[in-house]
Design a protein. Structure first.
Length: 321
């Protein structure tokens, strides 16, 4: 476990270093933010305020020190810097935007796992037939379709053409302001973006579950259990599902973090006020600290999810312990 933790810290350090130097290549962000007609005194004051006048090495050391939980006085809260535009702490903006994005990502992943495992197990036990081939064909199509294309199609079909039946809006955040009741949750606005985000992992989970279950069903102990009259339901619950979950969980661990990063286009299409939309708007406006903070958070989630999945593997498969 300690080896995995050290490896995860190394990956995180490498990702953050790469992000820093990539965004350090942007030519004179102070001039881009201030505009070409702004006075040089104002631009220089902007550089000094945000440390852009310092050498690259010193800026990198400051960046890593701010991110470190250990400071000169002991433990401290990591800092992602301040926004170029609003001058608010980046971590404050990300925490505010992370909640809506987590709602979408976790909801989409739960949908993909529950529905995908169920459909994959059914396809494995029912064998080769026309309906199964249609389902696998649709899964392959859903896996290859870009998220922004699916977002537009889902919004147009369910939020416009079928709105009279679904009642689902094309755009909206997770909170709405009622003129009489004030702010309230509007989770129905999350259904369409959650469905869009879940299409690709759902397609992957269906195929992985079916293939892994077919491999387990071909084992000799399964044939022995069937010869003794064990029902398909008991086989699926006690033997097949447990042994077929490893590749599914491997995929799920990567997809959960990928959904956080890939929600940019989906949140933009549906107007969902999450981290994806925050990252898109920051890129468009040149707010580099905000973009770097979002990327750093996504990289951290990747590492934490992978460490969590290693622990889950050890619980599911005692051989790994």
């Amino acid at each position: 476990m300690w080896r995995s933790l050290l490896h995860g810290c190394g990956v995180l350090w490498g990702a953050l270093t790469l992000v820093f130097f990539l965004f350090s290549m942007v030519p004179d962000p102070a001039r881009q933010i201030a505009g070409q007609n702004e006075r040089e005194e104002v631009v220089e004051a902007f550089r000094v305020k945000h440390g852009l006048d310092q050498p690259l090495g010193k800026r990198y050391m400051r960046f890593m020190y701010d991110l470190s939980p250990v400071g000169a006085q002991g433990l401290k809260w990591p800092s992602l810097g301040r926004s170029f535009l609003s001058d608010r702490p980046v971590e404050m903006a990300i925490v505010q935007a992370m909640g809506p994005t987590l709602v979408l990502a976790v909801g989409a992943m739960i949908l993909a796992l529950v529905l995908g495992i169920a459909v994959g197990m059914i396809l494995a036990f029912t064998g080769d037939h026309a309906i199964g081939r249609w389902v696998l064909g649709l899964a392959a199509l859903g896996m290859s379709a870009p998220s922004f294309v699916m977002a537009i199609l889902v919004a147009w079909l369910f939020g416009h053409m079928l709105y009279a039946y679904t009642g689902l809006p094309m755009t909206g955040g997770w909170k709405e302001v009622d003129p009489f009741l004030g702010p309230r949750l509007a989770l129905k606005n999350a259904i369409l973006p959650m469905l869009t985000l879940g299409i690709r992992p759902l397609s992957v989970v269906i195929q992985l579950t079916r293939n892994a279950a077919l491999e387990v069903l071909g084992q000799s102990y399964i044939r022995t259990a069937r010869s003794k009259g064990v029902s398909n339901w008991k086989l699926a619950r006690s033997h097949v599902l447990r042994n077929a979950l490893n590749p599914v969980l491997t995929s799920a661990s990567g997809w959960l973090a990928t959904l956080l990063a890939g929600a940019v286009f989906v949140e933009f299409v549906f107007g969902w006020q999450g981290m994806g939309l925050l990252m898109f708007n920051s890129l468009e406006s040149g707010d580099l600290p905000m973009v770097m903070g979002c990327v750093a958070v996504v990289a951290t989630v990747f590492v934490l999810v992978n460490l969590g999945m290693e622990w889950v593997y050890a619980r599911l498969d005692p051989r790994l312990r």
